[in-house]
Design a protein around this ligand. Structure first.
Ligand code: ADP
Ligand code: MG
Length: 906
């Protein structure tokens, strides 16, 4: 059987925790009895581990507990000189023995046992360093000191060590460690420092800030203190300075409060934000084919808690505390003890909400943080009791199991910034490319044109030249022919004259024929020549034509290229549009996220400051929505039309129709109309109110009841109608309806109607006599918050009217009818209801009731006084807080009771 199983060592995933100092070297062999003296070893089991984890990324981590013994101080040296220390340490066995008497002692085992000689450095390395390293890795971490006043909690955690470096405590060393590890470009450290005293949080950096509220994120339960000063830390010096200021302020604040710092819890919160590089989110853009690196940030938190002294505060003892203070001083510490017991025993309910301290440390015990506890004890036998209870606290804390989880998230804001930059780059690049394409296209077009023009000109020139040449040749040929012909004619004529008419011509004739055929051959030759020349010219022309078509082809190819480039440009533009769309979507997601965050924050900040007066307004849309969901404006318009054309009387007469469907529709129409103020008078004049009340009596249909009650609630906003409702037995009809209702919404309508009636001064007595208050109280068994809110509103209204009647009309103040009818227990029970709507009404009701001395006795006996005290201190609405305070101050009975209880109120 192994005692310590130390299963929490974070070994998987390379988280890099160094737990060597904590790992057990003696995990094996203790059976329960170790020594013959009968001492028994109490040891912790590690509790249930791991299996229950819902989250893969979580690893289990038990709370680690070290014990530190303070050396004897001067006083102890003298006073206890003859006595042995009441504790004995066996650091190598990690055991502590506490002497019960001379022959008997109990032995306990801890994760680490630090003797009176342990140096601050060793204490830091053993207790704090593993936690600090976890925080640097993105986990939340807690280091807490617990022990009796004067045993060295502040020495261990808070020493600045300015005079002696070796004396530096955990706070200073932790920050030094963090500042050395982080990158100052991408990471940020900020700290807040505050104290918790009597359930009030006070800023130690800005002491004017002395009533800070704790806010919880409903989604993940994270707690934060938005009101506390947060200082970004860049170097060690400024941090030490800040601690010094905090220390001074703690001293000053506690002097003012007339307490010692040992009564307050000092809490240092270190917020670390680190950017993680090299891991991608799944966001990618098809267009660029690139995966966008979505930055991941780790936001972890280190909480260092110097607890108030663990010794019990005497009831109203030596330090002059009142009983109330004593209760309050102990509250957070005892709540912490209860939570740790519950966690150690794996109990289903852990009363985290019982105190501010436990709310602040929610993540530290049973949460996701790595937690180290150092318990401090002194050696003196005179404090054996306290020492022993401190040790038991430590033993129980060792059983608390946390599930460590990295606190990381995507940094959408910086992703968006990155996308913006990328988009701008793309846009610029796109513009450049477009311009280059255009230039290229223009240049090519110009060149093509020039070439075509050249070719055409060449062709024309060549043609012209050829033509001229041909003409010239032709003219020359003609000229030669003419000359030859003239020559021939001449020769011919001479011969005829010479030889006379005698025909001796055979020779002559053959002569002339001979010369002519020579001419012809010559001409033929010339012609052939001509033909050759022409052919050459034609070939030349063809050649040029070919060249031209060639050019045209090239031009077409160019044009193709140009249109392809155009297409490319268009594609680029598409891609740009797509990217812009993506950015828009991301932006809207971002907006949505930050909107939700704001919303949550606002809700939390307001603490549910519900509107009081407007509560019934919410009934109106409810009634309206009794119409089928698909009825939009169209249906409403047609209803108005129906109203105008059919007339109210006809519609009202349909309330008594035989057909149940018709009746239901009619009552819905009337309810819709009654929701508009302008119609209300007409409806009442036409007898609609009477018909609606009759329906409550005569119908068995719950839908009709619900809708009719809603309509009556709306009509009951007006004073005249309220009287009418009362005079027609409205209360008993509404009570009857409530008694038979199954749907909480029916009850809500009925309660809303009665709540409205409760607001009428003149009807109070009658309303009560007819059982109106009892009817309201009867409805609280339905626990639906909507119903409870209306009941609370009714009670507040009633109490307000009563108190107004007494103070303005001087009516003799008897006991409140509400108290007479037994409303007080419910009021007290719900005075701190979680739903702010309910709580606000009741807080007001209590203030009104408290105005009158006749009520005070019942209120004191019923516990209402404590609620008023709480309201006057804690209510988040200042007006109500002040009202409660004034009321308490001005009531002699309350003052007397507070005095009797020794509560200093003022
Ligand atoms: P606590 O905060 O628990 O009330 P302190 O830290 O104020 O106790 O310590 C009380 C006194 O004991 C101080 O004077 C402190 O210097 C001294 N002291 C506490 N622990 C040690 C230690 N380990 N070594 C020396 N002196 C110590
Ligand atoms: Mg201290």
């Amino acid at each position: 059987m192994s005692s310590f199983s130390y299963r929490n060592g974070i070994t998987s995933k390379g988280v890099g925790m160094k737990l060597d100092n904590y790992s057990s070297k003696s995990s094996s062999s203790f059976k329960s009895k170790v020594q013959s003296t009968g001492s028994s070893i109490r040891r912790s089991s590690t509790g249930s581990v791991g299996g229950g984890s819902k989250d893969d990324s979580a690893v289990s981590g038990r709370v680690r507990v070290a014990v530190r013994l303070r050396p004897r101080n001067a006083e102890e040296m003298v006073a206890d000189a003859d006595f042995a220390d009441c504790v004995e340490l066996q650091p190598e066995l990690k055991r502590l023995k506490i002497r019960k008497n001379n022959w008997d002692s109990d032995t306990y085992e801890f994760d680490e046992v630090l003797t009176e000689f342990a140096s601050q450095k060793r204490v830091y390395e053993v207790v704090a360093k593993p936690v600090v390293e976890s925080v640097l890795d993105g986990y939340n971490g807690t280091i807490m000191a617990y022990g009796q006043t004067g045993t060295g909690k502040t020495y261990t955690l808070g020493r600045l060590g300015e005079e002696d470096t070796a004396g530096r405590g955990i706070m200073v060393r932790a920050l030094e460690n963090i500042l050395a590890e982080i990158s100052h470009e991408t990471d940020a450290v900020s700290v807040s420092y505050f104290q918790l005293y009597m359930e009030t949080v006070q800023d130690l950096i800005d002491p004017a800030n002395d009533n800070i509220s704790i806010v919880e994120d409903p989604r993940n339960g994270d707690v934060s203190l938005p009101g506390v000063t947060l200082v970004e830390i860049r170097d060690q010096k400024s941090f030490v300075e800040l601690l010094r200021i905090g220390e001074a302020n703690r001293f000053a604040a506690n002097t003012k409060l007339n307490t010692e710092s040992s009564r307050s819890h000092a809490i240092l919160m270190v917020h670390l934000k680190r950017s993680i590089k090299g891991r991608n989110s799944s966001l990618s853009t098809e267009s660029t084919g690139k995966t966008l690196k979505a930055p991941i940030v780790r936001k972890s938190k280190l909480v260092i808690v110097d607890l108030a002294g663990s010794e019990r505060v005497e009831k109203s003892g030596s330090e002059g505390h009142t009983f109330e203070e004593a209760k309050s001083i102990n509250l957070s510490l005892s709540a912490l003890g209860k939570c740790i017991n519950a966690l150690a025993e794996n109990s289903a309910h852990v009363p985290v909400r019982d105190s501010k301290l436990t709310r602040l440390l929610r993540d530290s015990f049973g949460g996701t943080a790595r937690t180290s506890l150092i318990i401090t004890v002194g050696p003196s036998p005179r404090h054996r009791g306290e020492t022993s209870s401190t040790i038991m606290f430590g033993q129980r804390a060792m059983k608390v199991e946390n599930m460590l989880k990295i606190k990381e998230e995507f940094d959408y804001k910086s992703l968006s910034r990155k996308l913006d930059v990328q988009l701008d780059k793309l846009v610029a690049e796109h513009e450049r490319q477009q311009k280059a394409f255009q230039d290229e296209v223009e240049r090519m077009a110009l060149e093509a044109q020039k070439r075509v023009a050249d070719a055409e000109r060449n062709y024309a020139d060549a043609l012209e030249e050829e033509k001229l040449k041909c003409q010239k040749d032709y003219a020359e040929s003609i000229k030669i022919l003419e000359e030859q012909w003239a020559e021939k004619q001449e020769k011919h004529g001479q011969r005829k004259v010479k030889f006379g008419p005698v025909d001796d011509g055979i020779d002559q004739k053959s002569n002339s024929e001979l010369s002519t055929s020579g001419e012809v051959a010559k001409i033929k030759k010339i012609l052939q020549n001509e033909i050759l020349l022409r052919k050459a010219a034609e070939a030349e022309v063809n050649n040029l034509r070919n060249q031209l078509t060639q050019w045209k082809k090239t031009e077409a190819a160019r044009n193709d290229e140009i249109s392809q480039l155009h297409k490319l440009v268009e594609d680029e533009a598409h891609q740009k549009a797509r990217l812009e769309e993506e950015i828009a979507i991301l932006r809207s997601q971002l907006l949505q996220i930050s909107f939700e965050a704001d919303q949550t924050r606002r809700n939390l900040d307001i603490g549910g400051n519900g509107e009081l007066s407007g509560s019934l307004d919410s009934l109106i849309p409810q009634v309206k929505h009794q119409q089928p969901r698909d009825s939009g404006d169209g249906e409403k318009a047609s209803m108005v039309k129906l109203f105008e054309q059919v007339g109210l009387h006809k519609i009202l007469s349909l309330l008594e129709a035989d057909d149940a469907d018709v009746r239901i529709h009619a009552v819905k129409v009337v309810a819709n109309l009654a929701a508009e103020e302008t119609n209300q008078e007409k409806i009442v004049e036409a007898g609609g109110l009477t018909s609606l009340l009759t329906l409550l009596r005569s119908s068995n249909d719950e839908t009709i009841h619900r809708v009719a009650a809603g309509a009556i609630a709306n009509l009951a906003m007006n004073e005249t109608n309220q009287e009418l409702i009362m005079s027609q037995g409205g209360i008993s009809l509404l009570s009857f309806t409530a008694a038979n209702a199954e749907d909480p919404q029916t009850l809500r309508m009925v309660a809303g109607a009665i709540a409205n009636l409760c607001g009428n001064d003149k009807l109070q007595v009658k309303l009560r006599a007819e059982g109106g208050i009892m009817a309201l109280l009867g409805m609280v068994s339905c626990r639906h918050p909507d119903v409870l809110a209306q009941v609370a509103r009714g009670i507040a209204n009633f109490a307000k009217c009563e108190s107004r009647a007494i103070s303005t009309q001087g009516i003799k103040a008897g006991k409140s009818l509400l108290i007479e009818d037994g409303a007080l227990p419910w009021i007290v029970q719900n005075a701190n209801n979680e739903a702010s709507q309910i709580r606000r009404h009741i807080e007001l009701a209590l203030c009104h009731l408290a105005q009158h001395e006749a009520n005070t006795k019942d209120m004191i006996n019923g516990g209402a006084l404590w609620e008023l005290v709480r309201i006057s201190r804690d209510c988040s609405r200042e007006d109500i807080r002040t009202l409660a305070y004034r009321t308490l101050k001005s009531s002699p009975s309350f003052q007397a009771e507070l005095k009797r209880q020794r509560i200093d109120y003022g």
